[in-house]
Design a protein. Sequence first.
Length: 839
Amino acid sequence: MLTIFWVVAILVGALALAYVNAGGGLWSAAIAVALIAAWAGQLVPTTLTLALALVFAVLAPPLLVPALRRALISNAVLDAFRKLMPPMSQTEREAIEAGTVWWDGELFSGKPAWRKLLDIPAPKLTADEQRFMDNEVQRLCELITDWETTNVYRDLPPEVWQFIKDKGFLGMSIAKEYGGLGFSAYAHSQVMTKLSTHSGTVSVTVMVPNSLGPAELLAQYGTDEQKRHYLPRLAKGLEIPCFALTNPSAGSDAASIPDYGVVCWGEHEGKRALGLRVTWDKRYITLGPVATLLGLAFRAYDPDHLVGDKDDVGITCALIPATHPGVDIGRRHMPLSAAFQNGPTWGKEVFIPMDWVIGGQPMLGRGWRMLMECLAAGRGISLPSSGTGMAKLAVRATGGYARVRQQFKTPIGKFEGIEEALTRMGGNLYMMDATRVLTATAIDLGEKPAVVSGIAKLHLTERGRQVVNDAMDIVGGKGICLGPSNFIGAAYMQVPVAITVEGANILTRSLIVFGQGAIRCHPYVLVEIAATREADRTKAAVAFDAALFGHMRFTLANLARTLVTGLTGSHFVGVPDGVAPETRRYYQQLTRFSAALAFLADVSMGSLGGALKRKEKLSARLGDILSLMYLCSATLKRYEDEGRQQVDAPLMHWAIWDAMFKAQTAFEGVISNFPNRALAAMMRRIVFPLGRPYVVPSDKLGHEVAKLLIEPTATRDRLTAGMFIARSGDGPVLQIERALVATLAAEPAEAKIRLAAKDGRLNTKLPPGAGLEVLVARAQTAGVIDAAEGTALLVARDLTAKVIRVDDFAQDLGASEMKLGAGSVHPPVTAAVVHKAAA
Ligand SMILES: Cc1cc2nc3c(=O)[nH]c(=O)nc-3n(C[C@H](O)[C@H](O)[C@H](O)COP(=O)(O)OP(=O)(O)OC[C@H]3O[C@@H](n4cnc5c(N)ncnc54)[C@H](O)[C@@H]3O)c2cc1C
């Protein structure tokens, strides 16, 4: 009996020591105590005690004395690692090392310090930024309609271009000292979100100069002279920039661009100058067709060793005026019919002087690192804002539409099927906006959060697509027939643009989030990798030894935490003081996920090594877990930052339950598909010792969410805060707003009529062709409703009629004005041709 007790005590003790990540000294002391107890109490045969003591005596010294440990263990492991490590190219290394680790590091720690997150102050706009939002941004939205830009001008109208330049939209991210607006990342994100709720064309046009483009590269890496010359011109719109990286043969694999520049002597402005002769072929370049300043990425070569001893100098970024001889620019692509400027550019053997290289000669070959660093920050602002903006538009307009549009004598928003889609839209948007704001906050804190910005780009554009798809299903034909009164069709068509650019989503999900996350956010892996590349063997041995044994303890700690939190439902996990009681359990569950992710990541990296890079499905699922934890963190922070709005709580609860269920599915996906089945079985026992505990959010909760979206509630206003709503006119969103208010005002009268009909006080059967007027008159005569109620019914009917109408066009839909592609065998389409064909 005592022996059983001793064995159990050892197991529990070991689990406890692992859980608290105990050091070697504590482990040794505990083992010594266990052995003494076994010997003193004669709990096991003395020979076994002696054998165990011998093993302990042999193993303990090398484990406790680093120098001995290095000589006997870690140096050998380091040598093996050096041979096993897959080769990493310079571009891969620069991509992995770019940016900073922030909250993502905590999520990977197995024990996130939630207080750190909650203590970050909620971002605020300055007075200037708020004024800009209320005036310039509002005005810009009022100046355009997406329909007109897309179908009439096929560009922004000239006065809108001028407004954008004059008001500094192209220089939001340029510092005030250079004449820019010097906005915070949060303000920039607010502007982009608002523009995206109204017009994709204007939002993309403003987005590019403010994100990964010449201004950002110049501000970070430009020479003083380049900054002084270009930044004020860019800020005032005197230059329109674009940035050209993508080549027909190098899209996602942008580091392999074949565009090249050869260092040579040439002639510039009549003088002999050192420079590069550059050849490029780029496509998909946003603002390219109207750019005056071409940012260009190419690979520099120095075969004559004019600037150093390397032949292949590496990717380089330069700024070339579009008017420079040899620069070909101006033709347009048609990206899903959107009217923002986008097109190819090419040039052959174009000589540029060395001081056109961003940062000058010292930055030759440093282009990839520059791009990766800028991407680490920029990717966290523009596209997350654009995805969220589209979702705000979809939620607000579709929620209203679902209330005013009736079928089967019921607002469609009250059918459970529609409710399900509305719930998804609301829950997604709550989480998306929270993530957008948190990510911008990180950038304002000075971070360049490479992993977090990748997560935000991927998930906010992906969820934006889901929200817009749900909206399309809810509005039915009204969403499909394009025209000025369609509020969602353009977003539906343009959503794939955001999915594709700045790292297409499949690639980001499969390769970047976990691939970069596991290496960057893990407390030891990057140190271990660096040690395998360190030339100084002594330095490498010391660093590797510390990292390796820290890593082993870390893995053991996460194993113990995963098992213990799984067995106890994480009820005993500490929660930061003062959080909303209704969210306490979420912090506990997320801490469990953090330990389990870190554990699974270590098992995956340890057992699959470099092969994990090719196991993209596993990597994507591990990345999903990290992403979902980040999205949940943002959601919990939003709930606190907004003062724990009880009425919004259903949105927060739904979003977190949905994410926890999805995270569980991702864990299950990793375990079920893990190539080593024995390890998979072990992982399942540890991660889900009592089965899978998370369920989908309940229908009851979903009902509460949907209800909030189909009425003009404060929650709906908070959810769609910052979106553009016209103050006048007959734009589709404003029409829905008006109809929604009118519909709700008319509902009491409708209810009275229904009751009167049921009681037999009112005959609601109308003769064929009779309109609502007849029923209203009858109801008024019967004393069922008064005159004001009658008017309310008629106003609601009229405003709803405007909302549900769709546009129609002449026979040729304007096709006769379009040129057919070269080589087409068809005659130009005209109304007459179409009509004849139909006949
Ligand atoms: C409207 C628009 C605007 C753009 N603006 C600019 C701009 O201003 N400047 C500029 O330089 N470029 C720009 N681009 C280019 C954009 O960055 C690329 O389209 C993008 O990098 C993807 O390249 P690709 O289209 O050639 O797709 P591909 O690289 O052919 O990829 C096709 C698919 O394969 C997936 N994929 C690729 N590799 C992997 C992998 N290892 N694992 C899993 N999946 C993978 C991708 O995710 C994608 O789904 C723009 C593109 C568009 C459409």
